[in-house]
Design a protein around this ligand. Structure first.
Ligand code: G3P
Length: 231
């Protein structure tokens, strides 16, 4: 499935506020904001919630992680095929909370391509951004792990590095989309990220843990729109 950019990806992680029935409730909120604001927003839900969310809410869903194995004799693993059959349009790969080695990442990106699933691979450093371009993922998400769920965002703490990540990736392959994440919570965080060249943001706690997730998301969308005007 084709998605449009800029994109906001909400990672549900394993927060209780975004698990099971709660995942449906949060997805419904995201769907409403996506439609009313006419902005691309995807939800990365737990593997056990992909089918549940897809069945109940008209919202594009990603897996948060897929195991680097082929379908078959692999008890308890989650495959690209299973994610697709459950209704995911793609997956996050190599999140810093679920890291993989380069061989595994390459395998998963290639399997996703075969199954026409979107691959969004995370990189914690500029070196990693560069080495991942070789595998031609659809999206590289620059996420410095030390800033995840913290008080300061990637766009405010590391503006120069974020800008450089975009440059490094686009210099190798302009077709790879670059997004960023870690600590993004405010309108200004998103506005700044877009201004620095990111084509979207990956957010978790800023929405999932917000007192009012709808208001938090609307605020972030506002930042995205402001950022676009300033690019
Ligand atoms: O995948 C997004 C994530 O790691 C960022 O988390 O809580 O800093 O928005 P958070």
């Amino acid at each position: 499935m084709e998605i449009s950019f800029p994109v906001i990806i909400i990672n549900f992680k394993t927060y209780p506020e975004a698990t099971g029935e709660k995942a449906i409730e949060l997805a419904e909120i995201i769907k409403n904001v996506r439609e009313s604001e006419n902005v691309e927003i995807l939800a990365a839900v737990q593997s056990s919630d992909i089918y549940r969310v897809k069945k109940n809410v008209n919202l594009p869903v990603l897996a948060q992680h897929i195991d680097p194995v082929k379908p078959g004799r692999n008890t308890g693993f989650f495959t690209v095929l299973a994610a697709k059959k459950a209704g995911a349009i793609g997956t996050i790969i190599n999140h810093s909370e679920h890291p993989l080695n380069l061989k595994e990442i390459r395998f998963l990106i290639s399997e996703c391509r075969k199954e026409e699933l979107l691959s969004c691979v995370c990189a914690g450093t500029l070196e990693e951004c560069l080495s991942l371009t070789a595998f031609k993922p659809d999206i590289i998400a620059y996420e410095p792990p030390e800033l995840i769920s913290g008080p300061s965002s990637v766009s405010k703490s590391k503006p120069a590095t974020l800008k450089k990540s975009v440059k490094i990736i686009k210099n190798v392959n302009r077709l790879i989309h670059v997004v960023c994440g870690a600590g993004i919570k405010s309108q200004e965080d998103v506005e700044e990220a877009i201004k620095l060249g990111a084509e979207g943001v990956l957010i978790s706690s800023g929405v999932v843990k917000a007192k009012n997730p709808k208001k938090a998301l609307q605020d972030l969308v506002e930042g995205l729109k402001k950022g676009l005007k300033r690019v």
